[in-house]
Design a protein around this ligand. Structure first.
Ligand code: ARG
Length: 463
């Protein structure tokens, strides 16, 4: 066993203690970053005159090999390795026995793990944003293809007013675009180096934290050593952005579930993106959409759980902070699986335009258009609302759509109705009479252009 401590202890740690406290079972994902941190630290020791330049170079090369071996599985944590740092220490001692014992001077696992986790999130977080950009792009593509399709817009899940399908899809896309920027913001907050903070109070060895930050490719070095090792708000912030994204995916998933139901019949999943039933031969189920709906619970749980872990922790490092990793890793893993699945289901979704159009024309979705028609003819809105309400009542009583009422019928409610009212009585016209931020054709064009620019910006930031 290679422990990073032990001088003041007699005997070995209790196996149950080790089993309970070890993080080597999950923190191996930080191996690449941990090796990078240690290599930069060795360079810092050389700059301070505590290692030869040549030794620092040897350390860096050896650590590259260790990182590669840990990545490929040639090297792995042993059951009694406490954490990834112990694994790296063991390998470095084996491969470079003369220099390795000098390399940890001035470095603690506290600044080491905080730095490694930040580096990890910078890399992985940007990948997640790239996957989110793919999903946004699919929504924009499907919107661009369905410019002319009209469907009911809903409030309270009751048919309300006609909108373009593109307008509806873009509403989801804009929410996701804000999520992408929220994620990037959180990732940006991770871009600062705790290295040099040591365990909590810095070091006497003449290290240069600013140079270390630059060597790690991080924007800045943290100002306060206690904050450097204690801060995990960058984790909480990413989890918060992930949870909000999860909620948005859940709302999108719920609509896919509704739209692909026989009751709505607005869309059909392609076979590759649906599942069957082991008992009922006829079933075609929207499991991707349902799981997207469900994963929000898991992501919200990670945020709530981790905030509870942080709450009340005294400065500076506490072992509680080890609990930052699993929620963060799982949030990233969850998004890495969910975003491409949702994108695939949406890319191949078949829209049932006729069913959407029929639902938009049927019933009384044009009631507001009629009321606003009357307002344009000089009728006070309060009266117009009443008049059209009575017309709706009659149409419903006769089992007709509002648009089936004749001019004569309408004029029996108000003389203000003129022959030109016919031109307002179609779902398409209704959508087209509502400029930005409404569902008109010009508004949708503007939205598509704006979203296209936003996706290009996102791609530029994460590439
Ligand atoms: N596995 C620990 C963590 O993830 C590493 C830091 C341990 N530091 C300590 N003083 N025991 O937080």
């Amino acid at each position: 066993m290679t422990r990073l401590w032990g001088g003041r202890f007699e005997g070995a740690p209790a196996p149950e203690m080790l089993a309970f406290t070890r993080s080597a079972g999950f923190d191996g994902r930080l191996a690449r970053e941990d090796c990078a941190v240690l290599a930069v630290h060795a360079r810092g020791l050389a700059a301070a005159g505590l290692l030869d330049e040549d030794q620092a170079r040897q350390v860096a090369i050896t650590l590259e090999g260790i990182a590669a071996d840990l990545g490929s599985g040639r090297l792995a944590a042993a059951p009694d390795d406490e954490d990834v740092h112990s694994v790296v220490e063991r390998a470095l001692l084996e491969r470079l026995p003369d220099v390795a014992p000098r390399v940890r001077a001035g470095l603690s696992r506290n600044d080491r793990v905080a730095t490694a986790l930040r580096l990890w999130l910078l890399r992985e977080g940007r990948d997640v944003v790239g996957l989110l950009a793919d999903l946004i792009e699919v929504l924009a593509q499907r919107a661009a293809e369905s410019r002319e399709v009209v469907l009911p817009g809903y409030t309270h899940l009751q048919r309300a007013q006609p909108v373009r399908l593109a307008h509806h899809l873009l509403a989801h896309a804009f929410a996701l675009e804000r999520d992408a920027r929220r994620l990037l913001d959180a990732v940006g907050r991770a871009d600062a180096s705790p290295l040099g903070a040591g365990a909590l109070a810095g070091s006497t060895l003449g290290l240069d934290p600013t140079a270390a930050a630059a060597a790690l490719g991080l924007c800045s070095s943290m100002e306060n050593s206690l904050d450097a090792v204690a801060a995990r708000d960058f984790v909480a912030e990413f989890l918060a952005a992930a949870a909000i994204l999860g909620v948005h995916c859940s709302r999108l998933g719920e609509e896919l579930v509704l739209w692909t139901s026989e009751e709505f019949g607005f869309a059909a999943l392609s076979d590759a993106w649906a599942t069957g039933s082991s008992l009922m031969p006829q079933k075609k189920n929207p499991d991707v959409a349902e799981l997207a709906r469900a994963k929000a619970g898991r992501l919200i749980g990670h945020l709530a759980g981790f905030l509870a872990t942080l709450k009340g922790l005294p400065l500076a490092y506490n072992r509680d902070l080890q609990e930052d990793k699993e929620p963060l890793f799982d949030a990233v893993d969850t998004l890495r699986l969910m975003l491409p699945a949702l994108a695939g289901a949406l890319r191949t979704l078949e829209f049932r335009s006729e069913a959407m159009a029929a639902a938009a024309e049927r019933g009384a979705l044009l009631a507001t258009d009629l009321a606003e028609y009357l307002v344009r003819k000089g009728v006070p809105f309060r009266d117009a609302h009443e008049i059209v309400g009575r017309a709706v009542q009659r149409a419903l009583a006769q089992g007709r759509a509002l648009s089936d009422l004749s001019l004569e019928d309408l004029r029996s409610f108000s003389e203000a109705f003129q022959p030109d009212v016919r031109s307002t009585l179609s779902a398409r016209a209704s959508a087209d009479q509502r400029p930005a931020p409404g569902p008109s054709s010009a508004s949708v064009e503007g939205q598509l252009a704006r979203l296209g620019r936003a996706v290009a910006e996102l791609r530029a930031v994460v590439s």
